[in-house]
Design a protein around this ligand. Structure first.
Ligand SMILES: [Zn+2]
Length: 80
């Protein structure tokens, strides 16, 4: 899914700058830049879809770690 974010001036000067661009100040007024998010793109994914996405990533990230944690818990209990 396409999702965009960019820098723009906090004072609302025209101009959008790539987040990978090395730029800290607005070229027009010299004030700070802030990150803008494409909120419409975020809204197009439902809450359930976000939960599913993070759930999938969590499972992938944990890999084989879950069984080891379970064994550890058993060990601790055994020592008490
Ligand atoms: Zn500005």
């Amino acid at each position: 899914m396409a999702y965009n974010a960019w820098f723009s001036c906090i004072n609302g000067c025209p101009g959008e700058y790539d987040l990978r661009e090395v730029i800290y100040r607005c070229p027009t007024c010299g004030d700070l830049l802030e990150v803008q998010h494409d909120v419409e793109a975020l809204k197009s994914r439902s809450a359930a879809a976000w939960i599913q996405l993070f759930d999938d990533r969590y499972q992938e990230g944990m890999g084989g770690a879950l069984p080891r944690q379970r064994e550890h818990r058993v060990d601790v209990r055994g020592q008490l």
